[in-house]
Design a protein around this ligand. Structure first.
Ligand code: SF4
Ligand code: SF4
Length: 213
């Protein structure tokens, strides 16, 4: 009788685990990944690229937002007129986020739709100055990060495909093995790139176990 009760308790416990296992994930392993931020979420302002020129901010340094800000949080906006262009392009846009009340007036009044709320909720710092941002520099940093991410993805994808082609077409068992291992690590790299280190690890472990010893 004690055995039956023990087995039943085990089944009941495992059924709870199994039920939870198949439920949608509601947590995230921050900071490696975070939940999708709602499109309506309003965090610190960001500068937007000009239409048709992704490398350039749409801000013309007209100063309307500076004059409209009730908290005087936009401390400095400067721009320069580049050759062949009719308007200025912002080169500096200093926002003091410590005094910003998130009222959104600057976004509303901008005649060039150059400002928007970002989804960057994770702003931290050790001192007040850590919350002073040059939005032009932030824009450029974002672009560099995007480009870097694209290059990394391209390198991993090409290496993976190269390994697969080598494994299929090579007449030598040694080269075929090298191609296979390259593909295996390439796919693991793609999982890491997609913030899934667990899948990357499983990918390596499973295929290493399947390799002929
Ligand atoms: S959101 Fe409001 S307080 Fe903040 S910078 Fe814009 S206008 Fe100023
Ligand atoms: S963000 Fe808009 S309103 Fe502010 S300076 Fe730039 S163009 Fe003018």
């Amino acid at each position: 009788m004690a055995y039956i009760r023990g087995a039943w308790s085990l089944i009941a416990g495992l059924s709870v685990t199994l039920r939870e296992f198949f439920k949608p994930v509601v947590t995230s392993s921050t900071p490696a990944s975070c939940l999708d931020i709602s499109p309506g979420f309003a965090a610190i302002r960001k500068l937007i690229a000009e239409k048709g020129s992704p490398e350039k901010v749409a801000c013309t340094a007209c100063l309307i937002c500076v004059k409209s800000c009730p908290s005087a949080s936009i401390q400095k906006v400067e721009g320069e007129k580049r050759e062949g262009e009719k308007r200025k392009t912002a080169t500096t846009y200093i926002l003091n986020f410590t005094t910003c009340s998130q009222c959104g007036i600057c976004v509303e009044v901008c005649p060039f739709d150059a400002l928007a709320f970002s989804a960057d909720f994770n702003i931290v710092g050790y001192k007040r100055e850590d919350c002073y941002f040059d939005l032009v520099k932030e824009f450029e940093r974002g672009r560099t990060q995007d480009e870097r991410a694209e290059i990394i993805f391209l390198i991993i994808a090409l290496t993976t495909m190269g390994g697969a082609v080598m494994a299929i077409l090579s007449g030598s068992i040694i080269y075929a093995m090298i191609g296979l291992v390259t593909t295996m690590f390439g796919i693991a790299g793609l999982y890491v790139y997609l913030n899934s280190p667990f899948l990357a690890m499983m990918q390596i472990l499973i295929y290493v176990a399947l390799l002929p010893s």
